[in-house]
Design a protein around this ligand. Structure first.
Ligand SMILES: Cc1cc2nc3c(=O)[nH]c(=O)nc-3n(C[C@H](O)[C@H](O)[C@H](O)COP(=O)(O)OP(=O)(O)OC[C@H]3O[C@@H](n4cnc5c(N)ncnc54)[C@H](O)[C@@H]3O)c2cc1C
Length: 387
């Protein structure tokens, strides 16, 4: 068992850490308060070639793997969970095409995202189909050499600022086997950003409702070129990034611990620093235990994906990593805020922001409950056994 990072991993980690400290950290509070998309983060990521970490070299990506993305996302999320999401999003919005697209689709759709020339989004969730993906209603009707797409997608991260999106639609509803993915430019007639969400946290990346009203795309925008993608399209994409969502929770937790510890060293109560109080010490120890456990799960899950182990038979380990690390982010953010006392509740410190941001992580890309459904199913089916 080799727990060492490669030279390439370390290099990406260091680059991400530098950008996180120099570009992201000073701006994070302002980005949260204004809710304005941080184009300066994006340009810094582009310049450092961090946007194509998991994307093929053939189209301009770095092809450095999932663990490399995890390390970069972890660094960003120490200061701003939105920055972690921005890096994750370039993979989420393209992986369906990476796994199932034709070489031409990879060049035309993934290439510009990997090179930071275009922004993209992943359009799966609908008002009446979130966890229950098989129930989605958006339809794509074949018309000559085209498909005509009609439906509505909601909560789409980066949707309001995307140049292009991958959208899931059924060609023969309600049959879930007729689920397919299509590539849509947001400049196409019939596409509209209907509304932008007002939300609790992760305010640097806008989410919104996207409407497809008879959007006509040519058949070469059907991902893979032939119908029949089915549920494996969205599920493989989501599975390939579960530990990376966990990395957002891991980095956020580390950022919270570090901030609270620095505070506790200085803050005095009962004749000494807070760090002298055993009740406070125990909180820090508990945080470190959870963070290190989350790190093992997240790094292992990322490594598994890099070994090609992200099929249904591996789903429970990826689900465990996602659930534990995102819930760690929530627990640690809460404890760290508590250590600051009244000041923790105030916007003068970043902990209330981390606390709000953390809450998103237990909902997106498969809720904590859905991860537990996957884990329980693996136990019941004897796919996860402790002989
Ligand atoms: C900020 C934000 C960004 C997002 N970004 C994107 C994006 O970029 N692209 C995209 O497609 N979607 C995105 N989503 C949508 C997200 O993936 C869904 O919100 C999530 O999958 C849950 O779906 P839902 O909201 O419809 O809740 P529901 O599926 O209606 O679930 C409601 C509750 O029931 C529970 N539940 C549902 N089914 C089960 C079950 N079988 N067993 C036990 N409990 C269950 C859930 O865990 C939840 O607690 C985003 C959401 C948010 C909040």
């Amino acid at each position: 068992m080799d727990f060492d990072l490669t030279e390439e991993h370390r290099l990406i980690q260091q680059t991400a850490r530098r950008i996180a400290q120099e570009v992201v950290a000073p701006r994070a509070a302002e980005v949260d308060e204004t809710g304005v998309y941080p184009e300066d983060y994006f340009q810094a990521f582009k310049q450092a070639e961090l946007l194509g970490i998991t994307l093929p070299k053939a189209v301009g990506g770095a092809e450095a793997g999932t663990l490399a993305l995890t390390l970069a996302v972890e660094e960003m999320s120490k200061y701003d969970c939105s920055a972690g999401l921005m890096l994750l999003l370039s993979s989420l919005s393209t992986h369906t095409v990476k796994f199932f697209g034709t070489p031409e689709q990879q060049a035309s759709y993934i290439g510009p995202v990997a090179r930071g020339e275009k922004k993209a989004a992943f359009c799966l969730t609908e008002p009446d189909a979130g966890s229950d993906v098989a129930n989605l209603q958006t339809r794509a009707v074949r018309d000559g050499d085209d498909y005509v797409i009609t439906g509505q997608k909601c909560f789409i991260s980066g949707g309001p600022i995307a140049d292009q999106v991958v959208v899931f639609a059924k060609t023969n509803p309600p049959d879930p086997r007729s689920l397919n993915a299509f590539l849509v430019d947001t400049s196409m007639p019939g596409f509209e950003v209907t509304s932008v969400d007002r939300k609790m946290g992760v305010r640097g990346v806008p989410t919104g409702v996207l409407t497809f009203d008879n959007v006509r795309v040519s058949k070469d925008r059907l991902v893979g070129g032939t119908e029949g993608l089915g549920m494996k399209g969205p599920l493989t994409t989501l599975m390939s990034l579960r530990p990376v969502v966990g990395a957002r929770g891991l980095g956020l937790a580390e950022g919270c611990l570090t901030y609270a510890l620095n505070f506790a060293r200085e803050r005095r109560a009962f004749g000494g620093p807070l760090t002298d109080l055993q009740a406070i010490q125990m909180k820090f120890a508990d945080m470190a235990i959870e963070i290190e456990a989350a790190r093992q799960l997240v790094y292992q899950g990322s490594w598994m994906i890099d070994q090609g182990r992200y099929g249904p038979e591996h789903g429970h380990m990826l689900a465990i990593a996602k659930a534990f690390a995102t819930e760690t982010g929530n627990r640690v953010a809460s404890s760290a805020l508590q250590i600051l006392g009244g000041q923790g509740y105030m916007m003068d410190h970043p902990l209330e922001r981390h606390y709000r941001d953390a809450r998103q992580l237990m909902i997106v890309e498969g809720t904590s409950e859905v991860q537990r459904v996957v884990i329980a199913r693996a136990l019941i089916d004897r796919n996860l056994v402790y002989p």
